[in-house]
Write a protein that binds this ligand. Structure first.
Ligand SMILES: *Cc1c(COP(=O)(O)O)cnc(C)c1O
Length: 423
């Protein structure tokens, strides 16, 4: 059988630029969480996020390189003044790193459901949540966190209009949406702060890493200070605030600099694969491909499809017969608990059957993110829901994408899916 096809794998440049920068770090003994690669990577990121093809007017956002996207969310919340007892509005349909840092701060996430077009935060429901929280607690939520799910842009114009009206800062979680655009402007540059991730499975990688897009040099300075244990300017270590060890290593930043030489090729490849899926599934009854809307440009980090509830898939009887034994998402050998087959909110039987057919053919696929308001750990958190994310979760599947996926792979994935349909 051909090699296994994964959802999204790291891919280094043909030119070996990553190794050149990493070697430089060793040769010059900058094997620390600061140095020329960190500065160079931040500069590359600033040039990238500040461009606007449409208006040709460049922004002047600043970027801080950090050890992870999760760290970027955490520091953005602190920079927005989130404290114990505060509330933060966050998209429910997301990966847990959007909301977990809210709890690190002793604050409470207030989950808001998605609209059905982009699958991202529903602006009307968001406003309803703001009003209701003010009515119930007498306090405004401290921040709003929309998420560019699978790289699909959110309705940032409507979200910003409402957020500005209530004077609440927006933290864009563009961890999956690096390079996605709304009317030509790069995601992460609309809100007060923008979160990026360079984990091994994202659009580009530093093995592990992230960044925070900041509105000003002063804001960047404060985030850098927080990311380096909040040291005061004295000859000795003087601490007047609590800081974190969140800076990106100069070695990892070298990988990032190399990756920035091919980021546009990566995005182009993800979009090319998206087009292939879109065309292939356009004629398949019962399967809907999730596409970008006009005026929005998705990076298509992962391509996603929905299966109609009444679509018949081979092997449905056997779906959910066995508990999952491996780690979901390949979390480096870490397996915890589980052991049961069902939860009270799970993908439909035909979706699980399709996942098993693909898996058997050596193709990795994955259900959509399970909404946070359905996660046991967030049972107590307030949630404003409309049923959209839960319905999508039950019907959706993520498909392999990225530069490691060949045209032949895409054809095999499409054929495998079509062959798995009954009738
Ligand atoms: C990956 C991801 C993050 C966090 O990134 P890490 O670099 O893995 O910490 C945050 N939010 C979303 C939506 C993500 O998918």
């Amino acid at each position: 059988m051909a090699d296994r096809i994964y959802l999204c794998l790291a891919h280094m440049s043909e030119s070996g630029a990553e190794q050149k920068y990493v070697k430089e770090a060793f040769d010059t003994n900058w094997v620390v969480p600061l140095g020329p690669n960190v500065n160079g990577f931040e500069e590359d990121l600033e040039n990238f996020v500040n461009q606007n093809e449409q208006t040709k007017v460049n922004l002047d956002r600043k970027v801080v390189a950090l050890s992870s996207g999760t760290a970027a969310v955490h520091l953005a919340l602190i920079a927005c003044g989130v404290k114990p007892g505060d509330e933060v509005i966050v998209q429910s349909f997301t990966f847990c790193a959007s909301s977990h840092p809210i709890t690190y701060l002793g604050a409470t996430p207030v989950f808001v459901d998605s609209e059905a077009e982009t699958w991202n935060m529903d602006p009307e429901l968001m406003e309803e949540a703001i009003r209701d929280r003010i009515a119930k607690t007498g306090k405004k939520p401290k921040a709003i966190v929309p998420v560019a799910l699978y790289g699909m842009p959110y309705y940032i114009d409507r979200i910003m209009e409402i957020a500005n009206r209530y004077d609440i800062p927006v933290i864009e979680d563009a961890a999956e949406g690096f390079g996605s655009k709304f009317h030509g402007q790069v995601l992460g540059t609309f809100g007060e702060y923008g979160v990026l991730s360079f984990n091994g499975n994202k659009m580009i990688t530093t093995s592990g890493g992230g960044a925070l897009i900041c509105p000003s040099p002063e804001a960047k300075n404060k985030v850098m200070w927080l990311a380096t244990q909040a040291r005061e300017a004295y000859p000795y270590y003087q601490h007047e605030a609590i800081g974190y060890n969140y800076r990106l290593s100069n070695v990892c930043a070298g990988i990032g600099r190399g990756q920035m030489t091919i980021v546009n090729d990566h995005i182009a490849r993800h979009r090319e694969i998206a087009r292939m899926y879109e065309e292939a599934f356009a004629g398949v009854k019962g399967i809907t491909y999730h596409k970008e809307l006009s005026g929005m440009e998705a990076n298509y980090w992962l391509s996603t499809i929905l299966l109609d509830e009444d679509l018949k898939v081979k092997g449905e009887e056997a779906a959910y017969a066995e508990a999952v034994k491996g780690a979901v998402g390949g979390a480096a050998g870490v397996v915890h608990g589980g052991g049961t087959v069902h939860t009270d909110c799970e993908p439909n039987r035909n979706v699980e059957a399709m996942r098993l057919v693909l898996d058997h053919e050596g193709i990795e696929s994955r259900p959509l993110w399970k909404p946070m308001h359905k996660q046991p750990v967030y049972q107590q958190a307030p949630a404003y829901v409309n049923g959209v994310s839960e319905a999508l979760f039950k019907r959706g599947l993520c498909l392999p994408s990225g530069p490691m996926v060949t045209d032949a792979d895409v054809c095999r994935i499409i054929e495998t899916i079509k062959d798995a349909l009954i009738g």
